[in-house]
Design a protein around this ligand. Sequence first.
Ligand SMILES: [Zn+2]
Length: 276
Amino acid sequence: MPELPEVETIAADLRQRIIGEKIQEVVVHDARLIRDFPRSVFADCPAPGFIRAVKNREIQKIERQGKALIFYLSGGKYILAHLGMTGQWVLADSAPRAKVSITLSSGQRLHYNDQRIFGGMTVVADLAKVPYLRGLGPEPLSPGFLRVFQAIAMTGIKAPVKSFLLDQHKIAGIGNIYASEILFRAGIDPRCPVNQITEPQLRILGKQIVAVLKEAVCQRGTSKRDYLDASGRQGSFQNYLRVYGRAGKPCSVCGKPIQRVVQAGRSTFFCSICQK
Ligand SMILES: [Zn+2]
Protein backbone atom coordinates (compact mmCIF):
# COMPACT_ATOMS: atom_id res chain seq x y z
CA MET A 1 0.00 0.00 0.00
CA PRO A 2 1.41 3.41 -0.88
CA GLU A 3 2.49 5.27 2.26
CA LEU A 4 3.88 8.75 2.85
CA PRO A 5 7.11 8.29 0.81
CA GLU A 6 5.30 6.88 -2.22
CA VAL A 7 2.58 9.54 -2.25
CA GLU A 8 5.20 12.26 -1.67
CA THR A 9 7.21 10.96 -4.67
CA ILE A 10 4.16 11.00 -6.93
CA ALA A 11 3.22 14.50 -5.71
CA ALA A 12 6.77 15.75 -6.45
CA ASP A 13 6.75 14.19 -9.93
CA LEU A 14 3.35 15.62 -10.82
CA ARG A 15 4.31 19.04 -9.42
CA GLN A 16 7.22 19.18 -11.85
CA ARG A 17 5.19 18.13 -14.83
CA ILE A 18 1.58 19.32 -14.67
CA ILE A 19 1.37 22.53 -12.61
CA GLY A 20 -0.26 25.28 -14.67
CA GLU A 21 -2.00 22.83 -16.99
CA LYS A 22 -5.71 22.99 -17.63
CA ILE A 23 -7.87 19.88 -17.36
CA GLN A 24 -9.24 19.53 -20.86
CA GLU A 25 -11.00 16.22 -20.79
CA VAL A 26 -11.81 13.60 -18.19
CA VAL A 27 -12.84 10.05 -19.02
CA VAL A 28 -14.06 7.91 -16.14
CA HIS A 29 -13.68 4.29 -17.25
CA ASP A 30 -14.87 2.94 -13.91
CA ALA A 31 -17.34 5.08 -11.97
CA ARG A 32 -16.62 3.17 -8.73
CA LEU A 33 -13.40 5.16 -8.42
CA ILE A 34 -15.22 8.48 -8.04
CA ARG A 35 -16.02 8.43 -4.35
CA ASP A 36 -15.03 9.54 -0.96
CA PHE A 37 -12.38 7.46 0.73
CA PRO A 38 -11.23 5.26 2.25
CA ARG A 39 -14.12 2.93 1.41
CA SER A 40 -17.43 4.71 1.44
CA VAL A 41 -19.23 5.54 -1.76
CA PHE A 42 -19.34 9.25 -2.51
CA ALA A 43 -23.03 9.59 -3.07
CA ASP A 44 -23.25 13.32 -3.85
CA CYS A 45 -20.89 13.39 -6.74
CA PRO A 46 -20.95 10.49 -9.14
CA ALA A 47 -18.82 10.51 -12.27
CA PRO A 48 -20.74 13.08 -14.37
CA GLY A 49 -20.69 15.56 -11.46
CA PHE A 50 -16.99 14.96 -10.95
CA ILE A 51 -16.20 15.58 -14.60
CA ARG A 52 -18.28 18.78 -14.68
CA ALA A 53 -16.66 20.05 -11.50
CA VAL A 54 -13.04 19.67 -12.62
CA LYS A 55 -13.18 20.29 -16.36
CA ASN A 56 -11.54 23.49 -17.68
CA ARG A 57 -9.89 24.22 -14.35
CA GLU A 58 -6.18 24.83 -14.02
CA ILE A 59 -4.04 22.66 -11.73
CA GLN A 60 -2.36 25.25 -9.52
CA LYS A 61 -0.74 23.22 -6.79
CA ILE A 62 -0.30 19.58 -5.73
CA GLU A 63 0.12 18.61 -2.10
CA ARG A 64 0.25 15.48 -0.01
CA GLN A 65 -1.46 15.15 3.36
CA GLY A 66 -1.09 11.80 5.09
CA LYS A 67 -1.53 9.29 2.30
CA ALA A 68 -3.81 11.58 0.29
CA LEU A 69 -2.92 13.55 -2.81
CA ILE A 70 -4.59 16.94 -3.28
CA PHE A 71 -4.82 18.77 -6.60
CA TYR A 72 -5.58 22.46 -6.03
CA LEU A 73 -7.68 23.67 -8.96
CA SER A 74 -8.50 27.22 -10.07
CA GLY A 75 -11.80 28.57 -8.80
CA GLY A 76 -11.47 26.98 -5.38
CA LYS A 77 -12.02 23.30 -6.13
CA TYR A 78 -9.82 20.40 -5.04
CA ILE A 79 -9.42 16.86 -6.29
CA LEU A 80 -8.78 14.67 -3.32
CA ALA A 81 -7.26 11.32 -4.24
CA HIS A 82 -6.28 8.26 -2.27
CA LEU A 83 -4.26 5.39 -3.73
CA GLY A 84 -5.78 2.70 -1.53
CA MET A 85 -3.86 -0.56 -1.96
CA THR A 86 -2.90 -0.56 -5.63
CA GLY A 87 -3.51 2.95 -6.98
CA GLN A 88 -1.10 4.52 -9.48
CA TRP A 89 -1.01 7.98 -11.07
CA VAL A 90 0.98 7.75 -14.27
CA LEU A 91 1.67 10.25 -17.05
CA ALA A 92 1.63 8.30 -20.30
CA ASP A 93 0.10 8.50 -23.77
CA SER A 94 -2.05 5.49 -23.11
CA ALA A 95 -2.84 3.20 -20.19
CA PRO A 96 -5.00 0.23 -21.15
CA ARG A 97 -6.08 -0.52 -17.58
CA ALA A 98 -6.71 3.10 -16.52
CA LYS A 99 -9.81 3.73 -14.40
CA VAL A 100 -9.72 7.49 -14.94
CA SER A 101 -7.88 9.34 -17.72
CA ILE A 102 -7.33 13.10 -17.72
CA THR A 103 -6.17 14.98 -20.81
CA LEU A 104 -4.30 18.20 -20.02
CA SER A 105 -3.96 21.36 -22.09
CA SER A 106 -0.41 20.49 -23.25
CA GLY A 107 -1.66 17.15 -24.56
CA GLN A 108 -0.14 15.17 -21.68
CA ARG A 109 -2.38 12.44 -20.32
CA LEU A 110 -2.63 11.56 -16.67
CA HIS A 111 -4.05 8.14 -15.82
CA TYR A 112 -5.23 6.64 -12.59
CA ASN A 113 -4.86 2.85 -12.43
CA ASP A 114 -6.13 0.80 -9.53
CA GLN A 115 -6.33 -2.95 -9.84
CA ARG A 116 -8.05 -3.61 -6.53
CA ILE A 117 -10.08 -0.38 -6.49
CA PHE A 118 -9.59 0.43 -2.82
CA GLY A 119 -8.49 3.93 -3.82
CA GLY A 120 -10.38 6.64 -5.57
CA MET A 121 -10.95 10.36 -5.90
CA THR A 122 -13.51 13.01 -5.28
CA VAL A 123 -13.86 16.75 -5.75
CA VAL A 124 -14.42 19.09 -2.82
CA ALA A 125 -14.82 22.84 -2.33
CA ASP A 126 -13.53 23.07 1.23
CA LEU A 127 -10.58 21.03 2.45
CA ALA A 128 -11.25 22.06 6.04
CA LYS A 129 -14.50 20.08 5.98
CA VAL A 130 -13.00 16.79 4.78
CA PRO A 131 -13.21 14.28 7.67
CA TYR A 132 -10.16 12.30 6.50
CA LEU A 133 -7.94 15.39 6.49
CA ARG A 134 -9.36 16.76 9.74
CA GLY A 135 -8.67 13.46 11.45
CA LEU A 136 -5.01 13.24 10.46
CA GLY A 137 -2.34 13.36 13.14
CA PRO A 138 0.85 15.41 12.72
CA GLU A 139 2.97 15.09 9.58
CA PRO A 140 6.29 13.35 10.34
CA LEU A 141 8.23 15.54 7.91
CA SER A 142 6.87 18.84 9.21
CA PRO A 143 8.84 21.14 11.54
CA GLY A 144 8.28 20.49 15.22
CA PHE A 145 7.15 16.89 14.67
CA LEU A 146 9.48 15.34 17.27
CA ARG A 147 8.09 17.50 20.07
CA VAL A 148 4.48 16.84 19.06
CA PHE A 149 5.19 13.13 18.66
CA GLN A 150 6.67 12.90 22.14
CA ALA A 151 3.63 14.64 23.61
CA ILE A 152 1.18 12.28 21.85
CA ALA A 153 3.17 9.16 22.74
CA MET A 154 3.21 10.18 26.43
CA THR A 155 -0.58 10.22 26.78
CA GLY A 156 -0.80 6.72 28.28
CA ILE A 157 -1.65 4.79 25.11
CA LYS A 158 -2.15 1.10 25.86
CA ALA A 159 -2.22 -0.09 22.23
CA PRO A 160 0.78 -1.98 20.81
CA VAL A 161 3.30 0.46 19.35
CA LYS A 162 2.87 -1.01 15.84
CA SER A 163 -0.87 -0.19 15.88
CA PHE A 164 -0.08 3.25 17.28
CA LEU A 165 2.25 3.98 14.34
CA LEU A 166 -0.42 2.87 11.85
CA ASP A 167 -3.15 5.01 13.44
CA GLN A 168 -3.55 7.93 11.02
CA HIS A 169 -5.28 9.95 13.76
CA LYS A 170 -2.11 9.77 15.86
CA ILE A 171 0.56 10.19 13.15
CA ALA A 172 -0.07 10.77 9.44
CA GLY A 173 1.34 8.74 6.58
CA ILE A 174 2.85 5.58 8.08
CA GLY A 175 1.68 2.16 6.83
CA ASN A 176 2.61 -1.45 7.31
CA ILE A 177 6.00 -1.51 5.60
CA TYR A 178 7.49 1.56 7.27
CA ALA A 179 6.05 0.74 10.70
CA SER A 180 8.07 -2.52 10.77
CA GLU A 181 11.23 -0.79 9.50
CA ILE A 182 10.94 2.10 11.96
CA LEU A 183 10.49 -0.22 14.96
CA PHE A 184 13.46 -2.36 13.92
CA ARG A 185 15.70 0.70 13.69
CA ALA A 186 14.41 1.96 17.03
CA GLY A 187 15.02 -1.48 18.63
CA ILE A 188 11.44 -1.67 19.96
CA ASP A 189 9.26 -4.81 19.96
CA PRO A 190 6.19 -4.03 17.79
CA ARG A 191 3.92 -5.72 20.37
CA CYS A 192 5.05 -3.49 23.24
CA PRO A 193 2.27 -1.21 24.59
CA VAL A 194 3.16 2.44 24.03
CA ASN A 195 2.77 3.31 27.73
CA GLN A 196 5.49 0.80 28.61
CA ILE A 197 8.10 2.43 26.40
CA THR A 198 10.54 4.68 28.24
CA GLU A 199 10.85 8.36 27.43
CA PRO A 200 14.37 8.04 25.92
CA GLN A 201 13.18 5.12 23.77
CA LEU A 202 10.24 7.21 22.54
CA ARG A 203 12.68 9.93 21.56
CA ILE A 204 14.64 7.39 19.51
CA LEU A 205 11.39 6.16 17.97
CA GLY A 206 10.40 9.69 16.92
CA LYS A 207 13.80 10.24 15.32
CA GLN A 208 13.62 6.91 13.47
CA ILE A 209 10.16 7.76 12.10
CA VAL A 210 11.62 10.87 10.51
CA ALA A 211 14.87 9.17 9.41
CA VAL A 212 13.23 6.16 7.75
CA LEU A 213 10.57 8.20 5.96
CA LYS A 214 13.14 10.75 4.72
CA GLU A 215 15.39 7.98 3.45
CA ALA A 216 12.45 6.33 1.70
CA VAL A 217 11.49 9.64 0.04
CA CYS A 218 15.12 9.93 -1.20
CA GLN A 219 14.83 6.40 -2.61
CA ARG A 220 11.53 7.37 -4.28
CA GLY A 221 9.50 4.91 -2.25
CA THR A 222 9.23 1.14 -1.94
CA SER A 223 8.05 -0.99 -4.87
CA LYS A 224 7.08 -4.26 -3.24
CA ARG A 225 4.10 -4.93 -5.49
CA ASP A 226 2.22 -2.32 -7.45
CA TYR A 227 3.76 1.02 -6.58
CA LEU A 228 5.13 3.06 -9.49
CA ASP A 229 6.01 6.75 -9.64
CA ALA A 230 4.30 9.18 -12.02
CA SER A 231 6.64 8.15 -14.84
CA GLY A 232 5.86 4.48 -14.33
CA ARG A 233 9.20 3.68 -12.65
CA GLN A 234 9.74 1.67 -9.47
CA GLY A 235 11.10 3.12 -6.24
CA SER A 236 14.21 1.58 -4.69
CA PHE A 237 13.70 1.50 -0.92
CA GLN A 238 12.76 -2.21 -1.19
CA ASN A 239 16.53 -2.77 -1.50
CA TYR A 240 17.06 -1.25 1.95
CA LEU A 241 14.31 -3.02 3.91
CA ARG A 242 15.82 -4.68 6.98
CA VAL A 243 12.81 -6.67 8.26
CA TYR A 244 9.69 -6.17 6.13
CA GLY A 245 9.00 -9.26 3.99
CA ARG A 246 12.12 -11.00 5.36
CA ALA A 247 10.57 -13.66 7.64
CA GLY A 248 13.06 -16.49 8.26
CA LYS A 249 15.97 -14.57 6.74
CA PRO A 250 18.87 -13.58 8.99
CA CYS A 251 18.71 -10.27 10.84
CA SER A 252 21.25 -7.82 9.40
CA VAL A 253 22.49 -7.04 12.93
CA CYS A 254 22.44 -10.29 14.96
CA GLY A 255 21.97 -12.99 12.30
CA LYS A 256 18.95 -14.61 14.00
CA PRO A 257 15.90 -15.27 11.76
CA ILE A 258 13.44 -12.41 11.33
CA GLN A 259 10.04 -13.22 12.85
CA ARG A 260 6.62 -12.61 11.38
CA VAL A 261 3.53 -12.14 13.53
CA VAL A 262 0.04 -10.97 12.65
CA GLN A 263 -1.23 -7.88 14.47
CA ALA A 264 -4.73 -6.58 13.81
CA GLY A 265 -4.85 -8.72 10.69
CA ARG A 266 -1.61 -7.37 9.22
CA SER A 267 1.86 -8.86 9.05
CA THR A 268 4.52 -7.46 11.33
CA PHE A 269 8.20 -8.33 10.84
CA PHE A 270 10.78 -7.93 13.58
CA CYS A 271 13.88 -9.39 15.24
CA SER A 272 13.15 -10.84 18.67
CA ILE A 273 16.79 -10.36 19.71
CA CYS A 274 17.33 -6.77 18.55
CA GLN A 275 13.87 -5.46 19.46
CA LYS A 276 12.79 -5.40 23.10
ZN1 LIG B 1 18.59 -8.99 15.23
